[in-house]
Write a protein that binds this ligand. Structure first.
Ligand code: C5P
Length: 233
């Protein structure tokens, strides 16, 4: 097998019991896990310890966005949990992004720090609603460039955006892509979606997949199928 692209499974659950029941069906050789606001707010650091004990790497997806000092302290606290990746909103601006970097650098082992550009659930009219008059692609590029300039490791973006983004950045810059759907999946609330293979071909570094795996009839089989599909040479 030429590549080893692990899928990042989004553990979007309300409680520990449901999260553990899904995790028990997943193989850490095929995936990392993403813990978001709902689950972390309900369970706290105990869940992260549990996932680490089961050999999963954790992306703590709390998308910090606040004044620089608060974000710095939040990033430092998240880093002390020993997680693999954390994130902030790039729209917090350069002072906030640099503060986030200072926060992770205080930990013994710094996680990867990435920034959200424009949420994949947003479209042009949503940007207009919040007073952003640039077109969506320009806004994504602007925030991605700001993220790189501030020294973060990469961005979260739609795989659809890779066609115009990928070749404008250093090869080590990471592109983490949610909004992944198989051909026959429901889009749910995602608007700009791509299939796993398309996203890898377009240059995604890490695929974030939630409901197509967690709500499938057999999550373990679905995960293995996607893993094999994206790693075949
Ligand atoms: O279920 P689904 O595959 O849509 O899950 C995607 C996950 O990625 C969710 O946890 C969502 O919060 C997250 N995400 C996203 N768009 C971003 C950043 C994160 O959908 N820009």
């Amino acid at each position: 097998m030429a590549a080893d692209h692990k899928i990042t499974v989004a553990l979007d659950y309300a409680n520990l019991t449901d999260a553990k029941s899904l995790v028990s069906q997943l193989n850490p050789d095929y995936c990392n896990l993403k813990v978001g606001k709902e689950l972390f707010t309900a369970t706290g650091p105990a869940l992260i310890e549990y996932l680490h004990s089961k050999n999963f790497k954790v992306f703590l997806d709390l998308k910090f966005h606040d004044i620089p000092t608060t974000v710095k302290k939040a990033c430092e606290a998240a880093s002390h949990l020993g997680v693999w990746m954390i994130n902030v909103h790039a729209s917090g601006g350069s002072m906030m992004l640099e503060a986030a970097l200072e926060g992770i650098n205080k930990a013994k082992q710094s996680p990867l720090l990435i920034a959200v550009t424009v949420l994949t659930s947003m479209e042009q009219k949503t940007l207009e609603e919040i007073g952003v008059s640039k077109n969506l692609e320009e806004q994504v590029l602007r925030l991605a460039k700001l993220t790189e300039k501030c020294g973060l490791n990469g961005i979260v973006c739609s795989a659809k955006d890779l066609s115009f983004l990928k070749n404008q950045f250093n090869s080590s810059f990471l592109f983490v892509t949610p909004g992944i759907r198989m051909m026959d999946d429901a889009a749910n609330d995602q608007i700009r979606t791509m299939t796993p293979s398309e996203a890898i071909k377009a240059g995604s570094s890490h695929l974030v997949i939630g409901r197509p795996i967690t709500q499938s009839e057999n999550p373990s089989k679905t995960l293995e199928k996607i893993y094999l599909e994206i790693n075949q040479s």
